[in-house]
Design a protein around this ligand. Sequence first.
Ligand code: AMP
Length: 455
Amino acid sequence: MSLFKDLGLNDWLADQCTAMGLSKPTPIQLQCVPHILQGDDCIGCAKTGSGKTAAFALPILQKLAEDPYGIFALVLTPTRELAFQIAEQFSVLGKPIGVRVTVITGGLDMMKQGIDLSVKPHIVISTPGRLADHINSCKTFSLKRIKFLVLDEADRLLEDNFGSQLEEIFKVIPTKRQTLLFSATMTDTIQQLQEVSTNKPFFWQQQSSVATVDELTQTYVLMPADLKDAYLIHILQKCTTENNKGSIIIFTSTCKYTQIIGMICHELGFPTVVLHSMIPQKQRLAALAKFKSNQVQILIATDVASRGLDILTVDFIINHNVPNRQKDYVHRVGRTARAGRGGLAITLVTQFDIKLVHAIEEFINTKLTEYKTVEKEVMEILTEVTVARREAEIKLDEQDFGEKKAINKRKQLILEGKDPDKEGKKSRRSKEEKEAKNKKYKERFIGKKKKKQNR
Ligand code: AMP
């Protein structure tokens, strides 16, 4: 059996792993740590919950201890919650050397963050947008001497809309550095990932034909779209009866849905916390803390919570919608069955989702099995659920939920130094242009069809 010391890690770090309760390295740590210690760039690709964070935090801390200065390493990650989680691991593992870790994410006081950055923390963990803002607005810190750049959930950082923010960041970091890229799912982006690495990277991918872990039971429930909420409540009743202390995450497609389902659950006697991007960051962290400490059993969230969040005791994942991207499914269900524990994922499938489910099954190389529900019991709660939903929608309308979203968008534009009225016009124009294009395309298409039929 390999031990942490065998990876080339110093005693203090190996001891700290033991103190944290980590008895032996996971495969990704076994493979990547020695290469990172040697000075190689690295691309690590492994299932969620595989110990990726420690795989980069351990060698970075060892190198930091040899030559401590700030800012030594920059870790970029797509979501704010992940940033805090990574920071926690760095802080615990690096406690013996008094490591200074700073988290820079949106939703928190920028002035305070500016001060935190100016006192030269060793490790900065950040979401790209907020860091780019700091780079543009304050000159009290420098990233010129960083030794390590880590892109956590690298595929999402490179695929989603972080491009321009990453560009800003790449302008101010040295080209001579070690670049470490980690992700649970990697597809075509690997090529891109290798390009941003300055040296030829060590590449390691966990060998598995199945993208999800064996301990996870993956199921579906087929239902008519208009009965979805009633089925959801029925499933919640079943899960909480089966395991009255079990934790449940319900994933939804939009912030508004998250809010509505939270209100329905509340009305029907299921205390929940909600997590989505329209909630202030402090409340997001508080909701997560309540869920993590088991004060509340049910978390309802958008995909903001689907990546990397490490909550060991999640027993059930319920997908209220079938994710469009297969990778998102893998990330969502990866919140359960972590570190060798069992877990159950239940995906609600309507008549409109069949194709998506097949694509997911192909992607994970596993067939979902049917989760048994009792239709009669669903019908018994249908009226109650429908009333609760109507009430929730009315309440949200009264709270101007949509309007708040628009205000948040305007605030963001102002912060970015843009004119919200002009940008609004631009986006309306581009929407109109898009619609006009679609109309043209449809007309041409229908025209052709008609011609065919006439022939
Ligand atoms: P991550 O993939 O970084 O999100 O890690 C998932 C979980 O695995 C975290 O709770 C870590 O504390 C835990 N972990 C990391 N390394 C090990 C290890 N060597 N043995 C057992 N658990 C670990």
